[in-house]
Design a protein around this ligand. Structure first.
Ligand SMILES: [Zn+2]
Length: 263
């Protein structure tokens, strides 16, 4: 889909941005095999589904330095699931088995730090377009996962506030997992994500009115919304819920492990 003379987006999950036919952001997922002759490959962060471009031949490759853990399979697992286990089939999200070697350097694009999803997660401004990666998500993605995957939920919310200001000054706003729409609609989606985040905090708080483990909170909130629950989903969401609980609850150790109670 062409957004302007200079900007094209290949729909996918992630959506891949191509700027002036020479700079590519977040080549991954089903777009991994697309052959674009890119001078510059940029990854917003180190997750497996965003970094296929770093395996391609191109003059320059860039990933935020805080996400250099992405260069090894173990690093990617630990930063996604919180742990790794060699040869386990649990890690269905591993799309790339290789290790990657890159030499991150400077680039002419403007890097916007948007931490939360990962430590180094960054957006890129190319001309009048801002590619915001996994700073926020489409409504269907939120419905499916229930919790947006943020390693630090609170930092992610701050990043969204920052993004809200920056988004006013661009003509195109693109995210990785969600619809490709005009900037006005995307700014509305950003607001929706902020409101949704506030709702999640409220639901998590309600669940610890009876003392509960983070895992119990995850399952109950997911059931409440009628979401499909798998062990892998619970692992992922538990990370986000722990990040939320660490600020809104008090942790105690009981027979079932760490129990959170209302502050
Ligand atoms: Zn990601």
């Amino acid at each position: 889909m062409r957004l302007s003379k200079e900007v094209e987006v290949l729909p996918g999950s992630p959506n891949t941005l191509i700027y002036q036919g020479r700079a590519v952001v977040d080549l991954g997922g089903k777009n991994s095999s697309v052959d674009v002759n890119a001078e510059l490959q940029l990854a917003t962060h180190g997750h497996m589904d965003h970094i296929a471009g770093l395996l391609k031949n191109s003059k320059r490759k860039f990933i935020p330095k805080e996400d250099l853990w992405a260069l090894s399979l173990m690093g990617r697992r630990v930063m996604t699931y919180g742990f790794s286990s060699k040869d386990s089939s649990l890690f269905t999200f591993d799309l790339i088995k290789d290790s990657i070697s890159i030499e991150p350097g400077d680039s002419e694009v403007e890097v916007v730090k948007l931490p939360g999803h990962t430590p180094g997660h960054s957006g890129y401004i190319l001309g009048d377009t801002l590619y915001a990666g996994d700073a926020f998500f489409g409504k269907k993605v939120l419905e499916g996962f229930v919790f947006p995957f943020y390693l630090d939920f609170w930092q992610a919310m701050e990043s969204l506030e920052k993004l809200r200001d920056i988004a006013k000054g661009v003509n195109n706003l693109v995210i990785s997992h969600g619809p490709i729409q005009e900037a006005k609609k995307m700014r509305e989606l950003l607001e929706y994500n902020l409101e949704y985040g506030a709702k999640l905090v409220k639901w998590v708080k309600e669940e610890i009115s009876t003392p509960s483990t983070a895992e119990q909170v995850v399952v109950r909130v997911m059931r409440r919304l009628g979401a499909k629950i798998s062990p892998a989903n619970v692992f992922l969401n538990e990370i986000v819920v722990k990040s939320i609980l660490a600020q809104v609850g008090r942790a105690e150790v009981g027979d079932d492990g760490v129990i959170f109670v209302s502050n």
